[in-house]
Design a protein around this ligand. Sequence first.
Ligand SMILES: NC(=O)c1ccc[n+]([C@@H]2O[C@H](COP(=O)([O-])OP(=O)(O)OC[C@H]3O[C@@H](n4cnc5c(N)ncnc54)[C@H](O)[C@@H]3O)[C@@H](O)[C@H]2O)c1
Ligand SMILES: [Zn+2]
Length: 354
Amino acid sequence: MELHPVLSGLISELLPDILNSLKPSKVFILVDEHTEEHCLPVLTKVYSLRPKSPYLSDLSEDQIITFPAGELHKTLQTVSDVWSLLIEQKADRHALVINLGGGVVTDLGGYAAGCYKRGIRFLHIPTTVLGMVDAALGGKTGIDHAGIKNSVGLFRMPEVVLTDVQFLTTLPARELRSGMAEMYKHALIHDRAHWDELKLKPELTATLITKSQQVKLEIVKKDPYEQGIRAALNFGHSVGHAIESLLLETNAPLLHGEAIAVGMICEAYLSERLCGLAKEAVLDIEKTLLDVYGHTSLTGKQKENIVSLVANDKKNLRGTIRMSLLHEIGTPALSIQVKDTEINEAVERYLALG
Ligand SMILES: NC(=O)c1ccc[n+]([C@@H]2O[C@H](COP(=O)([O-])OP(=O)(O)OC[C@H]3O[C@@H](n4cnc5c(N)ncnc54)[C@H](O)[C@@H]3O)[C@@H](O)[C@H]2O)c1
Ligand SMILES: [Zn+2]
C-alpha cells in the first residue's frame, strides 16, 4: 500500500493545483457543523477567488455534506446519510470527497468514500492538531459500532493530505492542547531532540507540526498494517484509553489527548520498571506532561476499574497484557508483557503525583 503525500502551506495555493491534477467529475466537501462554520468559509473563498480552472468554478450547496459534530456521530447512520446524498447528487466513480475537519470527519469520510461504488477518491484537509499529526495520516478509516470505537473500517489511502495551520486559529484551546499529546508521544517514541524542542517551546508552529507528521509517516511507511513498529504509536494508549472510557460517563470527561497524557505518565513508570527507562527520563516526562495537562484525580472505585479495563482492551489469547513502552526517550519497546499488579502500581504512582 503506497503511502499518500502530505503537502503543507496555504490551502489557497495547494488546493487548485491538486484539483487540476485529479480532475474530479464532481467535488463533495464533508464537514461537521463546527468545521462548516469555521473552516468551510476558507475553502469557499478559494473557490470564489480562484475560478481559474473547470474544477474550481462551481461550488454549490448540494456539494456540501454536513453532519453533527462529535464522536457520537461517527456512526453507520452518518455514513448511510453520506452515501444517500452522494447517490442523490449522482456522484460517479470519478467524484472526489474532500474531508474538511478533525479526526471524526476524516475517519468517517475516508470510510464512506472508500466504500462508495467500491471506492472513490478522497483527500483530507485536517483542521485539528490531532487530525494533522495523527488521524488524517496513514490510511486508517472507520466508524464506531455497537458501542466499540473504530470497530468497523478500512485501510484506504487519501489521494493527499493538505495541511494548513491557519485552520487551527479557530480551534478551542483545550482541543489544541489535547491534540498536542500525540506530538509529545511522537517525540517520545522516535526523536529525543524533538522532545527537547517541544519541552522548551510548547507554542505550536507549522514546523513542529511537520516534524510530528514525519514521525508518524515514517513509522507507517515501515509498517502500514501494524504488524510491528506501528504498534509503537500506541504508547500511552493502553492505560490512556482505559482512563478515557472510565471518565466518559462522568461529569468531568477527558479529551482523548488529556487521557493519553495520563496514560503516558503511567506507561513511563512501567517503562522504568520493565524496559530500563532511566529514572530521570521518567521524572522529565512526568514534569513536562503535568505542567501542560495538570493532574487528574480518580476515586478508589475508578482506580480499581482501570486494570480490568486495560485487561479487557489488551489481553491476548494467552491471557497476557502486552504494551508498547519505552527503552529510552526516542526508543520504543514493543509488545512488553505487563502484569495487573504493575498497572496498579503505575496508577498509584500517578495519583501520588497530584
Ligand atoms: N485514523 C487514525 O489513524 C486515527 C488516529 C487517531 C485518532 N483518530 C480518530 O480521530 C477522532 C478524534 O479526532 P479530533 O480530536 O480531531 O476530534 P473531532 O473531529 O471531533 O474534532 C474535535 C472538535 O473540534 C471541532 N473542530 C474541528 N476543527 C475545528 C476548527 N478548525 N475550528 C473549530 N472547531 C473545530 C470539531 O467539530 C469537534 O467538535 C477520533 O474519532 C479518533 O478515533 C483516528
Ligand atoms: Zn491517540
